[in-house]
Design a protein around this ligand. Sequence first.
Ligand SMILES: *[C@@H]1O[C@H](CO)[C@@H](O)[C@H](O)[C@H]1NC(C)=O
Ligand SMILES: *[C@@H]1O[C@H](CO)[C@@H](O)[C@H](O)[C@H]1NC(C)=O
Ligand SMILES: *[C@@H]1O[C@H](CO)[C@@H](O)[C@H](O)[C@H]1NC(C)=O
Ligand SMILES: *[C@@H]1O[C@H](CO)[C@@H](O)[C@H](O)[C@H]1NC(C)=O
Ligand SMILES: *[C@@H]1O[C@H](CO)[C@@H](O)[C@H](O)[C@H]1NC(C)=O
Ligand SMILES: *[C@@H]1O[C@H](CO)[C@@H](O)[C@H](O)[C@H]1NC(C)=O
Ligand SMILES: *[C@@H]1O[C@H](CO)[C@@H](O)[C@H](O)[C@H]1NC(C)=O
Ligand SMILES: *[C@@H]1O[C@H](CO)[C@@H](O)[C@H](O)[C@H]1NC(C)=O
Ligand SMILES: *[C@@H]1O[C@H](CO)[C@@H](O)[C@H](O)[C@H]1NC(C)=O
Length: 890
Amino acid sequence: MAPFLDRVGVPTAAICVLSSLASLGHAGAIADADSEQLSARDSAALDYYVPPYYPAPYGGWVADWQDSYAKAKALVDSMTLAEKTNITAGTGIYMGCAGNTGSALRVGFPQLCLNDSPAGVRHADNVTAFPDGITVGATFDKSLMYQRGVAIGKENRGKGVNVWLGPVVGPIGRKPKGGRNWEGFGADPVLQAVGARETIKGVQEQGVIATIKHFIGNEQEMYRMYNPFQYAYSSNIDDRTMHELYAWPFAESIRAGVGSVMMAYNAVNNTACTQHPYLINNLLKDEMGFQGFTQTDWLAHMSGVASAIAGLDMDMPGDTQIPLFGNSYWMYELTRSALNGSVPMDRLNDAATRIVAAWYQMGQDQGYPATNFDTNSGAAVNPLYPAAWPNSPSGVTNEFVQVQADHDVIARQISQDAITMLKNDGNILPLSPSQHLKVFGTDAQKNSAGPNACTDRNCNTGTLGQGWGSGTVDYPYLDDPITAITAEASNVTFYNTDSFPSVGQVAASDVAIVFITSDAGENTYTVEGNHGDRDASGLYAWHNGDTLVQSAASKFSNVVVVIHTVGPLVLENWIDLPSVKAVLVAHLPGQEAGTSLTNVLFGHASPCGHLPYTITKAESDMPSSVTTLINSEFLNQPQDPYTEGLYIDYRWVNKNNTKPRYAFGHGLSYTNFTYTAASINKVTQLSSYPPTRPAKSGILNFSQAIPSATQAVAPSGFNSIPRYIYSWLSQSDANNAVSDGKNGKYAYPPGYSTVQKPGPRSGGDQGGNPALWDVAYTLTVTVQNTGDLFAGKASAQAYLEFPDNVAYDTPIIQLRDFEKTEELAPGASTTVTLTLTRKDLSVWDVVAQDWTVPAVDGGYKVWIGEASDNLSIVCHTDTLKCETGVTGPV
Ligand SMILES: *[C@@H]1O[C@H](CO)[C@@H](O)[C@H](O)[C@H]1NC(C)=O
Ligand SMILES: *[C@@H]1O[C@H](CO)[C@@H](O)[C@H](O)[C@H]1NC(C)=O
Ligand SMILES: *[C@@H]1O[C@H](CO)[C@@H](O)[C@H](O)[C@H]1NC(C)=O
Ligand SMILES: *[C@@H]1O[C@H](CO)[C@@H](O)[C@H](O)[C@H]1NC(C)=O
Ligand SMILES: *[C@@H]1O[C@H](CO)[C@@H](O)[C@H](O)[C@H]1NC(C)=O
Ligand SMILES: *[C@@H]1O[C@H](CO)[C@@H](O)[C@H](O)[C@H]1NC(C)=O
Ligand SMILES: *[C@@H]1O[C@H](CO)[C@@H](O)[C@H](O)[C@H]1NC(C)=O
Ligand SMILES: *[C@@H]1O[C@H](CO)[C@@H](O)[C@H](O)[C@H]1NC(C)=O
Ligand SMILES: *[C@@H]1O[C@H](CO)[C@@H](O)[C@H](O)[C@H]1NC(C)=O
């Protein structure tokens, strides 16, 4: 979510003028924004188009959801028209939570509170600031991903959040400089998919509806949003890349039963995601069998009828793109569209039922806590509706409910297990507490003005524990590195500066620990010239951090670099300097930045994090289609063609035969592990295409009948709150809508239909054809800690190589599964099991529009090891043999 000033370079004054103009329209109907027709297209855009797909598939045909749908349909059938349109949209921005739907209290359906952040509960007190997604991804630990989800779910439930706006898998991390990659789990579809799946399970088991976002192609921050002067960029994605890369983690999330999907700000193939019939009707709701509800990103709603028939179910936070005037494309406008027949009633019934079904599915009808915190204020008594200022009634909105419990324990464990040791020459790490330590860099100590001094962490001052924007949580405290270091070591000198100071005489045994950062966030804020994306800093450390390391390295012969970063950096200015002995990437640790780090620095635990992205030697080692950020094209829609296709991150450098500085999955330990005794076992005999999908069952029969106009009219004497968005029409507007429907017809798009389809062959259940998740092969491998000093956890990563000579160009290797071991004592070993599904062995066949196994009994190779460039085992699917001690393919 984001406030509405979300771009660079548009004068605020102009927005104000437009706002006033927009407000004039409130009395009458607001025309659908037909903005997709206005702009000239450059020719590159013509190759991309949106295949029509209508109507929006009903929900309710998946077995897991049928009880919830039966209850939801009964409840929605008992609602009036104005109640149905009330629950499908927000009542306006700054009316409580990030968004609040209208209610249907007469029949017992409450307002729903929707709230950020993917790392906890945004704008709340007494909560945990969990490590960010990228940090969780770096653990490569499914159990930690799940446990964080459980804790986040408990905290959101405890605060009365009905719909949690996380996790994030879009952006996937296509652009290394992209602003919000850190909210997701890493630059790989399987790492993202597993991170999201485990998070969703943990959260929804607590009764909270999770929201997978942002669907889709939201890979950079600048120009992501439509505004009156600028079209959002269009991510132009071909069908195969869409399925095999970007949609993959969404499919896994839907398979995990996610209750909501948030539609991204940007366009795909030149149509805005919030009104994209192919993305919503086809991909999400039919092919992937999504049973929950779709919602817009904040203020991304652009049309009334068009978005409804494209399959959108909820408009958030309810306003048009220019908020705070009580204007909406839905609410009263959706009531009008239903009465005039342009939005078919079965579409509205389906949308409302999807929302109510998700509420039942998570058990929110049984004793769910009411919202008890205020995202707009830390005081106890506040305006109930801040946007109605100065006419809002007041009341107690903050009850300071303590929801942290012992979640610091899991937060700290994740921050610790994410720490990724890139280098450790001469085993300089771990340090001894008696060594003489000189600590450099303002990142070592929290912001002296307080860790929350900058709204939404929109500055990079002091310890960098989170990126900035809506993905943040207010710190309850920040355990910073310098506090933890001085608590443990006896001789520490801290230079709280990013310019190398005068340090006097240096002893050969002194150790310099240099803290550097790189930050990014949401386009809502510009921080040190970076508009969300790292457009100003590029992939270099902020605050001249690279120079600080170089200076320290020229003075000290033992330098340890600690990096807090949102994503990859180019380290070439100093990584090979002989005195730079060790490098730890601590990612974004949230509130637990200190002890998690010292536990590793001083050897209480071995580092066991692995890179969730590739660190290249130069930015240009990636293709220009991902290193170039989209620039504004005034009054013309910026085009972002995904010409690199499947080849992002490690897939690209491998194909290009470029040695990265540190490969995807790399991460050292204080001990060594061996991988031996591998075996591969065939579980399911595959076929070229999956078995025929199950038919939709128990399809609901939604009423098409247009209700009476009286159902649209407010009870007399109703006192409205200023700027609050309601679903009612006046009696005369309601009557006019009915006659509009008799006299005119909406100009439906080509391909429009109201006849429900059986669904594509690639569908059949949540996520797609259920046979895609058939286990094709299992692999086991014995992992032993062969060191004799340190315990440690090993990460077993399985990468798939397609057989030679298949008719599809495929990346050399692709991560398909991973497992983290428990902590293994010196000498101890364990057996790890890895799994390959039918989908893992498939490619998307754009002609058949289905997943296909291109070589059914072919010689796939499954490479196993501890990093994408350190794969010492290969197992063969044709011979069912494994070899150890081999050299990997890249
Ligand atoms: C985008 O256009 C391509 C044709 O270039 C088409 O195959 C694909 O399905 C379209 N995707 C979406 C989401 O509209
Ligand atoms: C819509 O929701 C608001 C907020 O809960 C409520 O005041 C209003 O009465 C609701 N309208 C209907 C038709 O129930
Ligand atoms: C019905 O109302 C909607 C919302 O105001 C409008 O976009 C649409 O054009 C109307 N349809 C007709 C037939 O008047
Ligand atoms: C946390 O809750 C307590 C009451 O349990 C309250 O006194 C305190 O002010 C809250 N903390 C914050 C940061 O608001
Ligand atoms: C701390 O370390 C410095 C060298 O960095 C040394 O000169 C000093 O004597 C040490 N202090 C103590 C108390 O050991
Ligand atoms: C690698 O990428 C560079 C620059 O993008 C290109 O010039 C070169 O041909 C590529 N090499 C291979 C082997 O693909
Ligand atoms: C790990 O193995 C390498 C190479 O076999 C060896 O040089 C190193 O000392 C070992 N490290 C530990 C901690 O056992
Ligand atoms: C659907 O409901 C309508 C009444 O709303 C009824 O006439 C029709 O027979 C029902 N169709 C099915 C397939 O149950
Ligand atoms: C590669 O993995 C082996 C264990 O499989 C490990 O001993 C070695 O240190 C690793 N090498 C690198 C460069 O990570």
